[in-house]
Design a protein around this ligand. Sequence first.
Ligand SMILES: *Cc1c(COP(=O)(O)O)cnc(C)c1O
Length: 496
Amino acid sequence: MKEKMYLSTRGNQKPLNFYEAILQGIGSDGGLLVPDFDIEKKDLKSLQNLNYVDMATEVISAFTPDDVKEDIRQLCQQAYGDGLFPNEVVPVEKAGDTYIAELFQGPTAAFKDMALSILPRFMTFSLKQKGEERDVMILAATSGDTGKAALEGFKDVEGTCIKVFYPVDGVAPVQKQQMVTQDGNNVEVIGIHGNFDDAQTAVKKAFNSQELKQLCNEHHVFLSSANSINIGRLIPQIVYYFYSYMTLVNQKEIELGEEVNFTIPSGNFGNCLAGYIAKNMGLPIQKFIVASNKNNILTDFFNTGRYDARRDFYKTNAPAMDILVSSNLERLVYFLCKDSSKVKEYMDSLNETGVYEVDQEVFGVVQEYFKAGWLNEEDVLKTIKECYEENGYLLDTHTAIGYGVYKQYKQNSHDDTKTIILSTASPYKFPKSVFTALTGEDLDEYEAIDALNQKTNIPVSKPLVGIKDRQVLHTKVIDKTEIVDFIGEQIKGMSL
Ligand SMILES: *Cc1c(COP(=O)(O)O)cnc(C)c1O
């Protein structure tokens, strides 16, 4: 059988197998890696009664070499079956006329755990399969949640070290506290003066720097990424689309084969893109409702076909979605046009002028499957209060954006297709905003955790219990312009 290979969205990357794609993280031409094979269509009936580990094995092995399915099962077992997550890995709750798939039950109480609990295992497995002897330095830029989930996933993993860059004034206090208190002998957390886009751009630059490549060779190291530019982040995210759908089938909320909508609070667009791949693998999804905050560049793109980054950047109460350069949109555009020269043209235009516009053909498909909307900060708070009062269900600020945008969509479209909202964080990660939403009162972040718990009786997410009193281990802060040089120094420090 032909080996499954991966190519770059921008066309100038020799084909890589799964292991190479995971380890390399990004195309050598600056593009993102995508499957260059027809992704297997799944027989829905055969997936209906699988537990999370078995579902993950079925879905993920559609992307890996054919002879390692049992190894993949083992990795899935370690990630999802051995206690990092509760028994129900992704509970699906009902709130009013919607279903909420809780993706935040993992070790850091954020949806990033869905992928980052298994990505490090893909990496060590790939190192082994390739007989790779160099160490890998993982770089991650974070708007808050990726950082902690990646640190937790990679800490003390042999053959790896990890550097996380976060905007020092651009993440929520609980997120920051989670990161700067991270233990592990191979981890480092660095604040930057700049925003998430600055961090992400610098990290992408590091991957393409000839100077750093040279240094890496000299020091027997290579760089890889824990951001959703790594295809190893994307693949595990396809699983919960199938899983939450089958949960509704098994609860007799929908018939097997019935179409549903998904609403996705979006930033870098990895979550939504995973859903688009699930659809292409045969999951009956009618529409994706892409929800944004005031940084509503995706809303504009899905409504006009024009991606225009020449706009102000806002810090909002849903900081994990404060993003203007939504990396994974590049993969969607590639899937829609299958023309890497066109993608390269768009991305060059984005880099040079800050804007690109897809052609009518691509935009037609976009409009058919994607709807988009956004919520301002005040409406985020209103939505949290409304949903709690009407349904007794407590949303975090990001999920509230999904919920509110879905309500808008339903009102305007009269589409009453059953809809699953992906919940991306525990309300206890953003306790201050959530408490203000419910009561109008303004408390300190940590007071708000206890007050919220007392008011709602909803248990505090386990990873956040006692967070305030943990010891701060990382205090370094650098300027955004120093990131690439800093990485260079770190590589030099790795020689044994
Ligand atoms: C990362 C994140 C998002 C955005 O997800 P993307 O895959 O980047 O679109 C939304 N909400 C929360 C809480 C997140 O951590």
